[in-house]
Design a protein around this ligand. Structure first.
Ligand SMILES: C[S@@+](CC[C@H](N)C(=O)[O-])C[C@H]1O[C@@H](n2cnc3c(N)ncnc32)[C@H](O)[C@@H]1O
Length: 244
């Protein structure tokens, strides 16, 4: 089982520290997009966390099942109104099987990067393909690797610097490894948290989808279906399992 980087301390303040991601202006387009794809079927969220997307999607009448490694994150989800309509399974979303099939599976907020090897990312696509109904879709929201912003020879790039918070990404381009270092001043104390990721390119994800028997159906730069271009900082991609 991969290491759980979302223990009690992180789960306790996840909603507050990601408050901007809970804004209706951010959540509503995601839910619209996923509800369209789900149609009259049901949805599987990989890395359901505290239910930022799953809860509003379930309120649209869509049956949602989630998988997450973190007991602490899922406990926060279960404490929220509406959680009784959502099934959550504790496990690694690259390998955990649930006893149901889905018309859409989704993995948002860069969470594919939490799988730190190519093998695990490939396994994740295969696990999703196993759970999708024919014609079902897999949706990923993830940043485009920001290597153009890393000066030649450098390995560390600051992504946020304020009086109370410093954030640095440390790259290992040989392995597509990335460690995000977060230094936060809270209650007069300095807290450090470092999380390992594996960044992944859009074309590499397309190959992973192909290995799992799926093909690219749509790629946008955001949930409002703005075009994906060379300048896009992130993408929302949809792969489809053959209908036949
Ligand atoms: C950034 S949070 C996103 C949570 C939620 N999807 C959202 O959009 O707010 C990432 C979540 O993925 C979970 N996670 C990370 N790696 C995982 C893995 N290999 N298997 C299952 N869950 C994982 C974490 O525990 C955490 O809840």
């Amino acid at each position: 089982m991969p290491e759980d980087h979302f223990g009690e301390r992180i789960a306790d303040r996840y909603d507050e520290s990601s408050a901007d991601m809970f804004e209706p202006a951010v959540v509503d387009p995601v839910v619209d997009f996923l509800a369209d794809l789900a149609g009259s079927g049901s949805a599987l969220e990989l890395g359901i966390g505290t239910g930022r997307i799953a809860l509003p999607l379930a309120r649209r009448g869509i049956r949602v099942h989630g998988i997450d490694l973190s007991e602490a994150m899922v406990a926060r989800l279960r404490a929220k109104p509406g959680a009784e309509d959502i099934e959550a399974t504790i496990g690694d979303f690259a390998t955990t099987r649930v006893d149901a099939t889905f018309s859409v599976a989704y993995l948002v907020f860069n969470t594919i990067h939490n799988l730190t090897t190519q093998d695990e990312q490939v396994a994740c696509f295969q696990n999703v393909a196993h759970h999708l109904e024919p014609g079902g879709c897999f949706v990923i929201e993830v940043g485009v690797p920001q290597l153009q912003r890393l000066p030649p020879g450098e390995t560390v790039r600051a992504f946020d610097v304020t009086e109370t918070y410093l954030g640095f990404d440390e790259y290992d381009v040989a392995s597509q490894g990335l460690i995000s270092h977060h230094y936060r001043v809270a209650d007069g104390r300095l807290e450090l948290r470092s999380i390992p990721f594996r960044y992944v390119w859009p074309a590499e994800l397309d190959l992973m989808a192909r290995l799992a028997g799926m093909s690219l159906r749509e790629r946008w730069s955001d949930w409002n279906r703005e075009p994906f271009t060379s300048d896009s900082r992130k993408h929302v991609s949809v792969w489809e399992k053959p209908a036949g």
